[in-house]
Design a protein around this ligand. Structure first.
Ligand SMILES: [Zn+2]
Length: 263
């Protein structure tokens, strides 16, 4: 056997270098993004309303199978411990998110995020600022922006961006103490001009849609999400959680009217 002085440390350095290079090349595990709207004790409806018992079972499944749940702010770290990582979002800010979902989130210690529409806050069936603050204080829920009036984002321009985009951000900052970095397009609708406009504004780090398109620019990341449907079996839910539902999901959506997917 030929002994090379310092050989071991050279091998170690080579191995460490190789591992570092591979870890840089390999895509980092990212959370699968799922979205809900309203939770109901009555009969559910497609993507808009999930029955409470089904939502409970879905959260229990997440807990029992040790999925890592994440907040918007966790995404800045870009470091997830498990491959089974999920970003749960709710659109529009229904009061059921507080009365029903929040109780279940607390029970299982699950993190979730809510996109707020400013004009809805404090109105019937929607969250109040007191509820929002209570959830914020728990450390289990963070908030994103969903415009002021739930307008089609293609109609946001130099004339109304302050009211539609900036104001909701300022109000969350006043009430929750942080700058919102996540924005969800109402109806999931946007076009190239919308993206160019958001790029120039540079306010939001992440823009969310309800399609499966995902891309990254210098100023923001465009993130697709998978909607949870009331009719989903637990098997379908788990497939969505694992992110292996994209093809079927996309085809399913193509068969439906474009703006079918709720407010
Ligand atoms: Zn919406």
């Amino acid at each position: 056997m030929v002994y090379i002085k310092g050989g071991d440390s050279k091998v170690n350095k080579l191995t460490t270098g190789l591992v570092t290079t591979i870890s840089k090349i390999m895509p980092k595990p990212k959370p699968v993004n799922i979205y809900y709207h309203d939770i109901t004790k009555g009969s559910g409806q497609s993507y808009m309303q999930i029955e409470l018992n089904k939502f409970y079972e879905q959260m229990r499944c997440i807990d029992e199978n040790n999925y890592e749940t994440t907040l918007f702010s966790d995404l800045n770290k870009n470091c997830f411990n498990k491959r089974k990582s999920v970003l749960i979002t709710f659109d529009d800010g229904f009061s059921s998110n507080y009365y029903y979902a929040f109780e279940i989130l607390k029970r299982f210690n699950i993190k979730a995020n809510i996109f707020l529409t400013l004009d809805f806050i404090g109105t019937e069936n929607y969250l109040s600022w007191e509820m929002i603050k209570d959830m914020n204080d728990s450390g289990l829920v963070e908030f994103g922006a969903h415009t002021k009036s739930h307008t089609d984002a293609r109609h946001i321009d130099c004339n109304n961006f302050k009211s539609e985009i900036v104001e909701v951000n300022e109000k969350v900052q006043q009430n929750c103490g942080y700058k919102v970095e996540d924005f969800c397009f109402p109806y999931g609708i946007y076009d190239k001009r919308t993206l160019d406009f958001f790029k120039d504004l540079g306010i939001y780090k992440r823009l969310y849609t309800s399609d499966m398109i995902a891309s990254k620019t210098d100023s923001f990341e465009l993130i697709g999400r998978i909607g949870i449907e009331n009719e989903d079996s637990m098997e379908n839910f788990i497939r969505k959680l694992n992110g292996d539902y994209k093809g079927i999901y996309y085809l399913k959506r193509l068969r439906r009217p474009f703006n079918y997917y709720g407010i």
